[in-house]
Ligand binder design. Sequence first.
Ligand SMILES: [Fe+2]
Ligand SMILES: [Fe+2]
Length: 304
Amino acid sequence: MSHAFQQSVITEFRANAGKVGGPFEGSDLLLLTTTGARSGKPHTTPLGYVRDGRRLLVVASNLGAPLDPDWYRNLLAHPTVRVELGDEEFESLAVPAEGKRRDDLFARVVAEEPGYAEYQDSTDRVLPVVVLELPDPDAEAPAITSLADKLVEVHTWLRAQLLHVHAETEAHFAARASHGDAGAPPPPGLGLQIRQRCLAFCQALEFHHTAEDGHMFPTMEGYHPHLRDVFDRLRVEHRSIGELQSALAALLADVAIAEPDRFRAELTRMTKELTAHLDYEEEQILPLLADVPWPPAAPAPPAS
Ligand SMILES: [Fe+2]
Ligand SMILES: [Fe+2]
């Protein structure tokens, strides 16, 4: 798709709640916004998709070209993506399927959109099938009225993601342990599911701590100068956790996690340190944020 044509499809999609005419009349399209692997800039692409229960399946076909499309390389580097579907927009974790699951899902796609089989025939690449989970329709968003609520919401998400990576990692090790020994095929690597989720967690954590160090703590310290020791300690903890997070991200740099045992050990250290940090931060600063309204009040219009 040429850049200009792609832009016109995006504009039409957004103006018509996801409906696009011309060559796409009647086909299922979504807009996928990834973060550039090198540039860090947002990059939006219209893509065909197949719905599979609570999942959307997209194929990195690149029309059967020899190289993976940019959006696929981007989501390996930054697994958190934005999806526009109809008039909805949501964040999703992008996880390429692997092994037999990939083959089953690809067959599911081809059953609905046979064109993908032709793309597969025209390249040596195994076309990646990427799973995008839809948001849980029953999930109730907690009422956020103060900055304290907002902080708890972010912390709760971070804790849950870390537990999730932990549970998946332990399940993987349990599967390895029961894999049999002599003559058995080698156990599978840690897998893209764990990699993508853990990388998304690391990136969200880095973003959160950068915002705290850059804006929130300096502002709060101005109001509460007697709590200087608390903020100093929190900053030191951020640096220490940042080192653990860099170590984890380095282990995840390759698509295959090459050192599962080291990964597991670093993850355990991270969980311990981060949990203690979140507990201390909540204990010390939540009471100070309970009266700060969220979202921030809009500035008053200029007097005329
Ligand atoms: Fe923090
Ligand atoms: Fe925090």
